[in-house]
Write a protein that binds this ligand. Structure first.
Ligand SMILES: [Zn+2]
Length: 510
């Protein structure tokens, strides 16, 4: 039986349209989905949107729409943007999906029956931006939430609470015994410190309907609405069939990877596993926390006017260029920057020059000297070893979500192939009558290009497919079988030299 792989993204609020910052995480999930499919896994890739909450309700009102009609409009925008970026998700979940709502209620009752959800009066400061209670000591000097630069409101409400304190020791043990479960390690240490905080306590899981009406009602308690954390986090269960498709759920749960932004680490590494413990469900195998994207060195914000619509970027430069740049430019776990100049430099030098020219000149030489067919040559031993080593390096980095390093390794091999070609000068070899060596050089470079197409496929799927096609293969990389993926390029296969696979981008303006 095929091994399974289940990858998820955080679900974005639909109160604003998707921007390039949202896209980063979704593309990362797609990279893994494609990477594991290629490795022969049965993959489930879940993404979606969070449609509940007061932010969404307010945004709908501002547009003069009913919340559901507004959500329908916005969800379509997200799906459209992800389609443009060539995301191969299996399901796009919306938290207003009927089956999600009923499963969330079911889960709530399971935890309540267990005694892990209870009613209490809450009095405290609450930030509407964070959608969470905040502590006095975390406010900035003006008394504002440091993330949202707005004052919290005093909140006094009767709510349902989740008994988080009951799971404190179990959470600590889980995070300590499994140092790989939350990466990068700095985030894990941060969460362990939060567990030891003196103010660590139970958290509220509902709001009064009077303060939040756009949400899932609490079963048997119509004056209460299930608050964001149980509702949103449960999408990872309901998205793969919890409460709906038992067979699929049991096959894919627990998640192999939750990809999340650094601002929601606490909720995913503390609240979420505790809820799963309460529901007697297995815990996710790994949570990977990524940094945020800035644009030209500045935080992405509407007021700064630097919100990049991924759709427009794709329309101008193509999905592959955007996908490649976002992961080549910066380490995933750190904050990265989207700079137009750097973007053009990177995609031109790596995709157009380094890789594109190598393919183009190799195919031209094959046309001129080998009747347009893969020559009957040997694979140069040194380079063969090197390419095997690089593959192992790529695998190691992928396990750690180190995309930039994986890309660097892939392009190091392309560099090697370019250097080998320049040193060996096959055009001279053929001219001087040393066709055997000339064929060896071309054969070696053709096979490195074949390997490169497979290695970069998760990052730049369409570009990889074009390379594959020009090398003479007819099958789809999407459907490539793991067993056959690393066979050598067959001699005698007719190549297709159809011109540059990636045209240099000349424009510089934003
Ligand atoms: Zn806040």
């Amino acid at each position: 039986m095929k091994p399974k792989y289940y990858v998820t993204t955080a679900i974005d609020y639909v109160n604003a349209a998707p921007h390039i910052g949202h896209a980063l995480e979704k593309i990362a999930a797609d990279i893994f989905a494609r990477y594991y499919r290629l490795k022969g896994h049965d993959v489930f890739f879940l993404t979606g949107v969070d449609e509940h909450g007061s932010k969404v309700e307010k945004a709908a009102k501002a547009k003069g729409l009913e919340p559901q009609a507004f959500c329908d409009e916005m969800a379509a925008k997200f799906q459209d943007a992800w389609k443009q970026l060539n995301l191969s998700y299996n399901r796009f979940i919306r938290t207003t999906d009927e089956k999600h709502c009923s499963a969330v209620q079911e889960l709530f009752q399971i935890m309540e029956k267990k005694g892990d959800i209870y009613k209490n009066t809450y009095k405290g400061l609450y930030c509407e931006g964070c959608e969470d209670f905040v502590r006095e000591r975390d406010l900035d000097e003006d008394g504002n939430c440091p993330n949202h630069k707005q004052p919290p409101i005093m909140c006094l409400e009767e709510n349902y609470f989740f008994k988080l304190t009951k799971y404190k020791d179990k959470l600590r043990k889980w995070l300590t015994d499994n140092p790989d479960v939350l990466i990068p390690d700095g985030r894990r240490k941060e969460v362990l410190n939060q567990l030891d905080d003196e103010e660590f306590g139970d958290f509220s899981v509902t709001r009064a309907r009077s303060s939040l009406s756009w949400g899932i009602p609490v079963p048997n308690s119509p004056d209460q609405v299930i608050y964001v954390w149980i509702d949103a986090l449960s999408n990872y269960l309901t998205g793969v069939g919890y409460g709906d498709n038992k067979e699929q759920f049991e096959k894919f749960w627990p998640a192999d990877l939750h990809l999340i932004g650094k601002d929601i680490t606490k909720f995913h590494a503390i609240y979420w596993p505790a809820m799963l413990m309460a529901a007697d469900l297995p815990l996710p195998k790994r949570i990977s926390v990524h940094g945020f994207l800035t644009v030209e060195g500045q935080k992405i914000s509407k007021s700064l006017g630097n919100v990049i619509d991924p759709k427009q970027l794709v329309e101008r430069f193509g999905a592959d260029a955007v996908r490649f740049y976002l992961f080549a430019a910066a380490p995933f776990d750190k904050d990265g920057d989207f700079s137009h100049e750097d973007f053009l430099n990177k995609v031109n030098s790596e995709l157009a020059n380094n890789l594109g020219n190598l393919l183009n000149r190799t195919l031209t030489l094959v046309g001129r000297n080998c009747d347009g067919k893969v020559p009957d040559g040997q694979f140069e031993n040194n380079l063969r070893e090197e390419s095997n080593e690089i593959h192992a390096v790529v695998e190691k980095h992928m396990r750690q979500c180190e995309f930039a390093k994986a890309i660097e390794a892939i392009f190091a091999l392309v560099d090697q192939a370019n250097k080998y070609m320049n040193d060996e000068k096959p055009w001279t070899l053929f001219k001087e009558g040393n066709a055997a060596q000339g064929k060896t050089v071309l054969y070696t470079v053709l096979d490195i290009l074949r390997r490169t197409a497979i290695e970069i496929y998760p990052f730049t799927p369409a570009l990889a497919q074009t390379i594959w096609y020009q090398l003479g293969f007819d099958d789809k990389l999407d459907e490539l079988k793991a067993e056959g993926a690393w066979d050598l390029i067959p001699a005698g296969q007719a190549v297709r030299n159809e011109g540059p696979i990636f045209k240099r981008i000349e424009e510089v303006t934003a």
